[in-house]
Design a protein around this ligand. Sequence first.
Ligand SMILES: C[S@@+](CC[C@H](N)C(=O)[O-])C[C@H]1O[C@@H](n2cnc3c(N)ncnc32)[C@H](O)[C@@H]1O
Length: 224
Amino acid sequence: MIMEKAFSQTSEKISNYAIDTFKPEDSILKEVKDRSAKLNIPLIQVNNMDGLHLELLIRISKAKKIVEVGTLAGYSGICIARGIQNDGILHTIELEQKHADAAKESFQKAGVSHLIKQHVGPGIEMLKSIEKEGPFDAIFIDADKVSYPKYLTWAEDNLKVGGLIIGDNTFAWGNIYKENIEDPELNTKVIALREFNSRLANSSKFRSTILPTGEGLTVAIKVS
Ligand SMILES: C[S@@+](CC[C@H](N)C(=O)[O-])C[C@H]1O[C@@H](n2cnc3c(N)ncnc32)[C@H](O)[C@@H]1O
């Protein structure tokens, strides 16, 4: 039997070609990263092409009521906001006040503050607090990896039919298929990410895929 290699086209040169051609990052997004570095905020935002993918997915789906878990300094939030057409709202949730403050400045500089409502606190609690605003059109999950299955449970209950789930880092930094990972902390994250992917892949309520971006971007649409 010939096994197809799903992601055989991915290489540094291909990746550079994509970035050079589609130019995913403008001066506003670059400034978010520069300012984050100066503020000692970790540079763990979505990669530039995934930022563009987020904008496109939101545009294509015409999502208006969106949730993000994991704001950091607002890089992905700006991308999502750029995908919102006409009116809409992005509820973005962040645990660290310092990150939320940096994001507030980023949203102002990007001219998207009017589209964004920031929430500071633990993801699970903040999601509960916004439930009454639902049902939602899309959720982008990019916070603590161990909680991805809990965020998924929330999304199952609070997305409308036709709504989108997008999850970042779902290749678990190249470890998603590995058993017996020695580092217990990493192992816990990998197990949670595998549960997240597997539940979406096998649920009759969702049609799902994992986009072979460097980080792995799981995308699912609620079909029933
Ligand atoms: C990978 S970063 C998010 C990157 C952001 N989405 C972007 O691309 O610009 C993860 C963020 O989740 C936040 N975080 C971690 N645990 C959290 C939790 N339990 N609830 C809410 N946010 C959390 C971290 O402080 C960090 O800012």
